[in-house]
Design a protein around this ligand. Structure first.
Ligand SMILES: *[C@@H]1O[C@H](CO)[C@@H](O)[C@H](O)[C@H]1NC(C)=O
Ligand SMILES: *[C@@H]1O[C@H](CO)[C@@H](O)[C@H](O)[C@H]1NC(C)=O
Ligand SMILES: *[C@@H]1O[C@H](CO)[C@@H](O)[C@H](O)[C@H]1NC(C)=O
Length: 560
């Protein structure tokens, strides 16, 4: 497709986009759209296919080309000619033009050179530096995120990912040469790390910067174009991303799409080359179903109920501090937070004063006044959480304030498996304790339920920690602490079973967004070496073929 055609369509996709947005303002999530500063983030892509990192405010006015033919790609139909603007689905998909614009940029090859990837990654670093204060403020407004926690999770961990990626990118991008059989000794066999193409990243609200940025770092590093869909529920952060990210990235290759369920549904009708979704398991199912229509590969980072086993032999004070930190960080709205404790009745007795002491030490006598304790993101989440407080008996906390969406750090004792708090992922500042008789029962309890994103085990006896590790299955594992395994970029992070598919962090993110293309470059000469595989077939040729191709078992050579 000639570049000139591409350019002429770029003002049309934005018109379609704008039109579709205007019609959704009455939706549930619509009220936040009106404040989004559409002119700024709905700019048409650059007319030049080069130039990025600067924020232009002089995009062409989408209103100036009304009625012009729109590109109807219906997915990847780049060769199709222009068709009238009013057409039925899939032609009328509001994002089809955007996706095909990004696809054209990807096909142009501009995202492939390492220098380009480095420049975009460095621009992401500038975004984090320049917008640090705004990020802290937006996450504070969205969920009362303490600035210490926001700095650590939304900024520091993202910058670490950037530094690690920039430090290792040339190494990761290199072709990996592999072992060869006898026939191919003079040839070159290697794994090429190919970008997928145009990828979609859908992020949740709980760590609204981290959970779109870390996947985006890998998507860029691997040479892809990307559409980012931040969560509409963290509305202040959504607005910040929508208004400012385009000022840093090449707008021909990276775009932010905002909106709620209706917008995301339409977006998912398009064909992407990879979808990276972080969110709940029910929505993960919807995303995977939409991806299946196009056979698009996915990474799904979902939630789960993470058990935390505390054995009878352990340092109770340290266990309490580490559990309280992990459970109440971000007011419990963390997918790998310890969701419930499993311990004996004696240990529950011993733990309670230690948990109370840790909560008071961290958040003072009235956690509501602590600047270090967050709030629940939305009224809907608040109501859902408040309904869980009737499980077992409230041993610590239990206070709530609807106006502030405050729920005190709460510990529920003697919770039964049939109680409401044990029916769903808690995702809030509530810690139930389920009493079991011993380690075996704890392991059976864990294995009788869907596989969690993390299993935690505390014990002074490393054999017990190792038993829990050996005999359970989960996305990740951390012995004698909570959450900390996530901070290591050398460890893959991801789920298993109903808590997800795929893994990321550090090099794993780069690999997630790279197709590992198996390549062989052969030598044109030495044809005699190739003759045994050609017809007419003979027994002698078969013998030769067997000797050159056969793989032998190690350590089974016969003494002849
Ligand atoms: C990343 O690298 C820069 C440049 O060396 C350095 O200043 C910064 O401290 C590093 N880490 C983070 C988290 O920014
Ligand atoms: C990063 O690259 C260095 C060499 O430059 C290497 O030693 C290190 O293992 C790499 N790390 C990762 C995560 O690939
Ligand atoms: C857990 O901590 C205890 C006490 O420090 C230690 O003895 C034990 O080896 C640790 N367990 C593991 C698996 O490291």
């Amino acid at each position: 497709m000639p570049i000139s055609t591409l350019r002429s369509m770029s003002s049309n996709w934005i018109l379609l986009y704008f039109t579709s947005r205007a019609t959704t303002l009455s939706m549930d999530t619509g009220s936040s759209f009106q404040q989004l500063g559409m002119q700024q983030h709905l700019q048409p892509p650059r007319q030049q296919l080069s130039g990025y990192g600067k924020c232009s405010t002089t995009g062409s006015d989408p209103g100036k080309n009304p009625g012009k033919a729109a590109e109807c790609s219906g997915g990847s139909g780049i060769e199709k000619g222009p068709v009238p603007m009013v057409c039925s689905t899939p032609c009328g998909n509001p994002y089809a033009g955007l996706v095909s614009h990004l696809r054209a940029s990807w096909l142009s090859g501009k995202t492939r050179p390492m220098e380009y990837r480095v420049a975009q990654l460095e621009a992401l670093g500038r975004f984090l530096d320049d917008k640090k204060q705004e990020i802290l403020e937006a996450t504070e407004l969205d969920m009362g995120k303490p600035s210490f926690e926001a700095f650590f999770s939304e900024i520091l961990l993202c910058k670490n990912e950037l530094n690690i990626t920039l430090n290792n990118l040339s190494h990761w991008m290199k072709d990996e040469h592999v072992d060869k059989n006898l026939v191919l000794q003079l040839d070159s066999a290697f794994i090429r790390k190919d970008p997928y193409g145009v990828v979609l990243i859908i992020a949740p609200w709980n760590y609204p910067i981290h959970l779109f940025l870390v996947p985006l770092i890998g998507a860029i590093a691997a040479g892809n174009c990307a559409i980012i869909k931040p969560s509409e529920i963290a509305k202040n952060t959504e607005r910040l991303i929508a208004e400012t990210l385009s000022c840093y990235l090449d707008n021909d290759c990276f775009a932010v799409v905002t909106g709620g369920v209706p917008e995301t549904t339409r977006l998912l009708e398009n064909k992407f080359d990879y979808i990276f979704f972080t969110g709940s398991s029910p929505v993960g199912r919807i995303v995977m179903t939409a991806a299946a229509k196009h056979l698009t590969p996915v990474t799904l980072e979902l939630g789960g109920k993470n058990p935390c086993y505390v054995s009878d032999t352990c340092d109770v004070t340290n266990v309490a501090r580490r559990v309280v930190w992990g459970r109440f960080f971000n007011a419990g709205q963390t997918c790998i937070a310890p969701d419930y404790l499993l311990c004996t009745i004696e240990m529950q007795e011993k733990l309670m004063p230690a948990l109370r002491a840790a909560i008071t030490e961290f958040f003072g006598p009235n956690p509501r006044e602590s600047p270090d304790f967050g709030r629940i993101v939305s009224d809907k989440q608040f109501q859902r959480l408040r309904a869980l407080l009737c499980s077992g008996r409230v041993a610590i906390g239990g206070q709530t304030d609807e106006a502030e969406r405050y729920i005190a750090p709460t510990v529920l004792a003697d919770v039964l498996p049939s109680d409401p708090a044990m029916q769903e992922e808690i995702f809030g500042p509530i810690l139930p304790i389920v009493v079991i008789a011993n380690m075996d029962e704890a392991i059976d309890f864990i294995n009788a339920r869907p596989r969690p994103l993390a299993v935690y085990a505390f014990s002074c006896d490393s054999k017990i920690v190792n038993q829990v590790l050996e005999r359970t299955s989960s996305g990740g594992f951390c012995g004698n602490d909570t959450l900390m395994h996530l901070t290591l970029t050398s460890l893959p992070f991801g789920g298993i079973g109903s808590c997800g598919v795929g893994k990321y962090h550090g090099k794993f993110t780069f690999d997630t967004f790279s197709h590992h293309r198996g390549c062989l470059h052969r030598n044109m000469g030495l044809e005699t070496l190739n003759s045994p595989r050609y017809p007419p077939y003979t027994q002698q040729k078969l013998g030769l073929l067997t000797t050159t191709f056969e793989v032998k078992r190690r350590g089974t050579c016969t003494l002849l």
